[in-house]
Design a binder for this molecule. Structure first.
Ligand code: HEC
Length: 216
């Protein structure tokens, strides 16, 4: 249920913005990043779930649903990653992670996910904020004002299971790797693009620079 709602939201997002919906997309760069990105997001969601005291009851429920659904989809993503990158993945950690989650052994789960996220690392290099061109910045600033800011207005503590947080504020609470992972996995396209993330490489670099104050 969470997954459907999540995708539905972001489909609306891209549908509202022809500039985003019609741009080139990231193709296999994105497909290769999905598994490493998901591991980083699970770790980040777990951190928030375990430590952030300002969350509302509904936000906690939403995070719980996201972690649950991310762990159930991890095997599929690991297989996609293996096929595309030829890096072998030791899949036993996935069922271990699912059992730890079922038993709510959160510290152990966090440790396991951290080790795996280091092992199957997300490559930040090509997406670095410092690589964004002037044109990238002009384009994403406009998309941000006309589209993203329309929804991303909430702060932690909001009575919603899947709140769209203020992106600059949200980005400042995490590492550049984690924000990149969320940009890559959190945005989906329309039905015509089979829900692929419609952002281009330049868009991702631009958003990394726009929302994060460092050039990492
Ligand atoms: C129609 C409303 C809407 C628009 C427009 C929109 N978003 Fe979102 N976005 C959401 C919602 C709702 C979520 C939360 C989904 C979730 O937590 O699973 C979200 C999630 C995200 C995430 C992932 C956050 C996370 O917790 O992992 C990122 C990153 C993001 N949006 C960036 C953008 C950017 C960049 C734009 C502009 C190109 C944009 N969004 C436009 C509603 C929107």
């Amino acid at each position: 249920m969470f997954k459907t709602f999540f995708i539905a939201c972001v489909v609306v997002a891209a549908g509202l913005c022809p500039a985003v919906a019609m741009s080139g997309g990231l193709g296999t760069i994105l497909d290769r990043s999905r598994f490493p990105a998901e591991l980083i997001i699970i770790r980040g969601d777990l951190d928030r779930f375990m430590t952030e005291s300002s969350l509302s009851r509904l936000e906690r429920q939403g995070l719980e649903g996201r972690i649950q659904s991310a762990l159930s989809g991890l095997l599929w993503l690991s297989q996609e990653y293996e096929t595309l990158t030829k890096h072998a993945v030791d899949e036993t950690f996935i069922s271990d992670a699912q059992s730890l989650w079922r038993d709510r052994k959160l510290d152990d789960l966090r440790q396991l996910v951290t080790i795996s996220a280091d092992l199957y690392a997300l490559n930040l290099e090509i997406f670095k904020a410092s690589r964004a061109s002037k044109q990238d910045m002009e384009r994403v600033s406009e998309i941000d004002t006309t589209l993203c800011q329309g929804c991303h207005v909430l702060s932690p503590g909001s009575p919603s299971t899947l709140p769209a947080y203020r992106l600059k504020e949200f980005a400042s609470t995490m590492s550049s790797h984690e924000f990149l992972a969320r940009l890559l996995s959190g945005i989906r396209g329309s039905g015509e693009t089979t829900l692929a993330n419609p952002l281009t490489l330049g868009d991702v670099r631009g958003f990394m620079r726009l929302y994060r104050s460092s050039l990492e």
